[in-house]
Design a binder for this molecule. Structure first.
Ligand SMILES: CCCCC/C=C/C(=O)SCCNC(=O)CCNC(=O)[C@H](O)C(C)(C)COP(=O)(O)OP(=O)(O)OC[C@H]1O[C@@H](n2cnc3c(N)ncnc32)[C@H](O)[C@@H]1OP(=O)(O)O
Length: 415
């Protein structure tokens, strides 16, 4: 595709070498055009992606993604070059107006002709596919543009008491950091993780890791989140928590880069269910995987009610999600929930060596592979997440749940 566009940019007739004079004129005009001196429809050109030839509405980006991509183009740190700008222009026109029906400009009108050729070359490419390709191209440009940030500026992105976010060697690491509370997730931590994921999706890192500090990976939702709610606010709090949960899980569903869980120890509740939305899960042989939802009068979340039965079969999923069976790391590996298990004493060394090597791979190729693997299911996952969140809001105000939480908070019960 790139080479098919080259003649359009140079103003050449394919197969006929340009004369030096023609090349000079084209170069000058192209410079004016692309440097903004040209006032015309190109001013609205926004970056796109190489033609991926992934077609059909199933791959279509939303209007919102498209609008975001148009804004992203303005933030590019590097000029993407004329060839790419032509692609962006063509895809923008195709996405917004459909196939090129404009009259062909004259041979000497080099710039208009280059633009026309680029647009016309898209033929009958559906608007939705053009939109998706535009979004992909912008995303690939943003990634490579971002990766030129200086390492020093890139090293540390955020730090708070309960969440530590660092970025190094192409890896953004989001570390749960409440070891004294087994890394239980407070309401603030859900919000901070969402923010960290959003930042990681746009920073220069190539892969993103979630892990825990201390002996636990995470003990799930902090049950103190349910403390001190005035009786007349219980329903309202359940509804707002359901919205938080839905938004939180949506961030994982939509996360565009490879996402890796480094499960350093036991995992409970939502920290287990979310694993189905990670691309790779590495576990220490000390890790366990526990989803005691029925014990707590609650119900599964994190899209596990859909992903787990598909992943491990309905009856193994039922043992976990209905009966709260705790899996060892090896059992979780056998069920496909975990990618690989490492001895605890070499866990960190082996995992990080592997991740550092992965983080050297071309970022766009990794993102595209992830999108291709995940895209078909996205809509379904959002629907599952919305339904699970709605049902949980009902469970949180049920007698079964309130009794279980009171028992834990009054230290009468533990898992
Ligand atoms: C808005 C989004 C909602 C998302 C919905 C999510 C649902 C879930 O995640 S359900 C799962 C909820 N998690 C639990 O039920 C776990 C509760 N914790 C325990 O059962 C135990 O603490 C343990 C098995 C995880 C660890 O036991 P142990 O090794 O004996 O350690 P301690 O119990 O002494 O824990 C140390 C310290 O940490 C506190 N803590 C641990 N987990 C939680 C938690 N999930 N919520 C609140 N607090 C937790 C524990 O109470 C101890 O505190 P101190 O007594 O003050 O030292």
């Amino acid at each position: 595709m790139m080479s098919r566009l080259l003649p359009a940019v140079s103003g050449r007739v394919p197969g006929v070498p340009p004369t030096p004079a023609m090349a000079r004129v084209v170069g000058l005009l192209a410079h004016r055009w692309f440097s903004g001196a040209f006032r015309g429809p190109l001013q609205v050109i926004r970056c796109p992606a190489p033609q991926l030839h992934v077609s059909g509405p199933a791959m279509a980006a939303s209007q919102e993604d498209f609008a975001k991509a148009m804004n992203q183009v303005k933030l590019l740190k590097e000029d993407p070059g004329n060839e790419v700008k032509l692609k962006l222009y063509a895809l923008y026109k195709q996405a917004t107006e459909g196939p090129c029906n404009a009259p062909k400009p004259g041979m000497l009108d080099f710039i208009l002709k280059a633009k026309w050729d680029a647009w016309n070359a898209l033929g009958n490419l559906p608007k939705e596919t053009a939109r998706q390709n535009y979004v992909d191209l912008v995303s690939s440009l943003s990634a490579s543009s971002c990766s030129q940030v200086t390492p020093a500026a890139d090293k540390k992105q955020a730090e708070s008491d309960s969440l530590v976010v660092t970025s190094e060697d192409g890896i953004t690491t989001i570390r749960l950091n409440r070891p004294a509370k087994k890394n239980a997730l407070t309401t603030q931590m859900y919000r901070d993780i969402m923010r960290a994921l959003e930042a990681a999706s746009e920073d220069s890192s190539r892969i993103t890791v979630l892990t825990g500090s201390g002996d636990y990976y995470c003990s799930g939702n902090d049950l103190s989140n349910f403390k001190d709610i005035p009786p007349d606010k219980v329903e309202e709090r359940a509804q707002s928590s359901a919205v938080l949960l839905r938004d939180f899980v949506d961030c994982f569903i939509d996360f565009p880069k490879p996402l890796i869980a480094v499960v350093n120890g036991p995992a409970v509740g939502i920290s287990v269910t979310l694993l189905g939305l990670f691309d790779v899960v590495y576990a220490s042989d000390r890790a366990t995987f526990h989803t005691p939802f029925s014990h707590l009068g609650q119900s599964p979340e994190g899209c596990s009610s859909y992903i787990f039965p598909k992943m491990m079969g309905p009856s193994k999923a039922a043992e976990m999600l209905i009966f709260g069976k705790k899996l060892t790391a090896r059992e979780a590996l056998a069920q496909g929930l975990v990618t690989a298990v490492f001895p605890d004493d070499t866990f960190q060394k082996e995992v990080w060596a592997r991740l550092k090597a992965y983080a050297k791979l071309p970022p766009n190729a990794m993102r595209i592979a992830k999108r291709l693997m995940r895209h078909q299911e996205k809509e379904k996952l959002h629907a599952v997440n919305a339904e699970e969140s709605r049902v949980l809001a009902e469970r949180w105000v049920s007698d079964e749940c309130i009794t279980a939480i009171v028992a834990f908070l009054s230290k009468k019960a533990k898992l």
